[in-house]
Design a binder for this molecule. Structure first.
Ligand SMILES: Nc1nc2c(ncn2[C@@H]2O[C@H](COP(=O)(O)OP(=O)(O)OP(=O)(O)O)[C@@H](O)[C@H]2O)c(=O)[nH]1
Length: 253
């Protein structure tokens, strides 16, 4: 049974900061956001978690294996090195959406995203090490079948981007509504979905839905693990089995 630990990372009072004392250069904001994401990804990834850039000012992490102290260290390190600070809410749940909803409520209850008095709040709880199991995290790694032949080598780069984004938009909404799952575009033609306990039939239905909805053909490898890394690497190996065997869905267990 999955038990997903999710952390919401929200930059404190970021909107006002971007325009104080006057609007800041956009390229500088893009550089700050991508460096902050890279740093958080390295910190969380070194502890076998995953973080997704989402809207950059709000990033969503799957943090099974990270302790409360790890979260505090991340805040301290960002606060020491960046002109902005981070508030963190961490919660666990049977579904990723449930965990994220609870983590979000913790941050919202500490104050508005644009409250200048809310800085570096750290709220919530993590899963104790002795309660962690090998199937706490389920990750599905989707990709577009032959994106290179269908799109990349055929259309201009922007029209390819539109097709890939349409597939992502359809999949993310379907997985959110049908299965309380969180889907994130991770580059190229790849979408990583953090899921509760789902089986082959649910993934086949998701692929069918996206094909009917926006005419994008997907394949998916699924993995389970104690940490996001363990589940995600199993999903990547399962996706390789799809490529080798021409199958649409492979479960890595
Ligand atoms: N983030 C991430 N991106 C990947 C991964 N694998 C491939 N990509 C991206 O996806 C792009 C397309 O690669 P593939 O998915 O292997 O190519 P394809 O043409 O769709 O071929 P098939 O997947 O074999 O159908 C690459 O250029 C990468 O940007 C991965 O594991 N993670």
């Amino acid at each position: 049974m999955t038990n997903t630990q999710v952390t919401l990372c929200q930059i404190d009072n970021y909107g006002p900061w971007t325009v104080t004392p006057e609007p800041r250069r956009e390229a500088d904001l893009q550089t700050l956001q991508s460096r902050l994401y890279a740093d958080i990804s390295q910190f969380v990834g070194n502890r076998d978690g995953y973080v997704f850039f989402t809207r950059f000012d709000n990033m969503i992490a799957v943090t099974n294996g990270l302790t409360f102290e790890d979260h505090a260290l991340l805040q301290e390190s960002v606060g020491n090195r960046y002109p902005v600070t981070l508030s963190l809410g961490v919660a666990t749940g049977k579904t990723p959406v449930q965990a994220l909803s609870d983590a979000t409520t913790l941050v919202q209850d500490a104050g508005s995203a644009q409250d200048k008095n809310r800085r570096e709040c750290l709220e919530g709880r993590v899963i104790d090490d002795e309660h962690r199991t090998d199937d706490d995290v389920q990750i599905a790694h989707f990709d577009v079948i032959d994106a290179t032949g269908e799109y990349t080598d055929e259309l201009n780069a922007f029209d390819t981007f539109i097709e890939i984004e349409q597939g992502y938009a359809s999949l993310m909404r379907y997985m959110r509504e049908a299965h309380d799952s969180l889907a994130f575009f991770v580059g190229g033609d790849n979408v990583i979905v953090v899921c509760p306990d789902l089986g082959e039939g649910e993934y086949e239905d998701a692929i069918y839905h996206v094909q009917e909805d926006v005419d994008v053909e997907l394949q998916v490898g699924v993995g389970r693990g104690k940490s996001p890394h363990d589940a995600g690497i199993a999903a990547k190996h399962a996706l390789e089995d799809c490529r080798a065997d021409g199958t649409r869905v492979e479960l890595g267990w």
